[in-house]
Design a protein around this ligand. Sequence first.
Ligand code: 13P
Ligand code: SF4
Length: 303
Amino acid sequence: WPVHAPYVKAINDLKKVRNAVLLAHNYQTPEIYHCVADVVGDSFALAREATKTDAQIIVQGGVHFMAETSKLLNPEKTVLIPDMRAGCSLAESITAEDVRALKRKHPGVPVAVYVNTSAAVKAEADICLTSGNAVEVIESLGAPEVLCLPDEYLAAWIATQTKVKIISWKGHCEVHERFTGEELRRLREDDPSVTIIAHPECPPDVLAEADFTGSTAKMQEFVRVNKPKRLVMITECSMADNIAEVSPETEFLRPCNLCPHMKRITLPKILDSLLTMREEIIIDPVIAAKARRSVERMVNLKI
Ligand code: 13P
Ligand code: SF4
């Protein structure tokens, strides 16, 4: 992409000068994902990799809760997010007070929160989970029922994969909730040979039509192993763009939805972030200490 070349060079040079790494989620645009990221992956991989870096500065190619998670796991490092407004409808769907009220209503029931939550919400939880490890995390608690917050649809999908009783909340991802089962049925009518894979943040009627359900990393793995001829990825648009670059045998059909929060992160803003060292993620130390326990418990699970 010649138009991006000056930014790519400037960012890669400045990362060396600053001793910085860029962690990029699978929903970042291809020029970020393929040209300037040091680590790419799903939310779980990014959380895990954040613990392994020697760099002093972490730039988060992703949304605010991901940058907070990096900061929780690297309290002594500087964590920058190129646009502080890069939020998430799931993270905004629940507050720490909502979690406290749920705990009062369900005393003694362990609380697992999706990594797509604020540090204040993580501080109220026993453990975090991502869509890549959800079932294993829930079962690791050894309890007959678990509060699984805040994604109603992810919780409903987990409930189909385990005997543990799942109590959920009413949060939704604004990107995945827009897909419909009807849309998928029409795709199959147009081409019965098409393979459809979907993210578990989608509503149950969508997942019922899919051939496979999994986190962004598991979808990627599915494509690598199965090499489908014609594929629809029911998730954020940049996923297919990023995988298409390395999957020449698959034709990607592109019904997809954009995440406006992920798309706030751009090459010019990454460069600006490295130049000005802004915006820095700061978390209240009392909240951070409690939230860190939930994230570390997830990262340290042997799964
Ligand atoms: P995963 O990368 O964990 O599948 O999460 C998808 C997502 O929506 C992150 O915002
Ligand atoms: Fe949040 Fe959905 Fe965007 Fe992921 S895709 S950051 S869950 S709004």
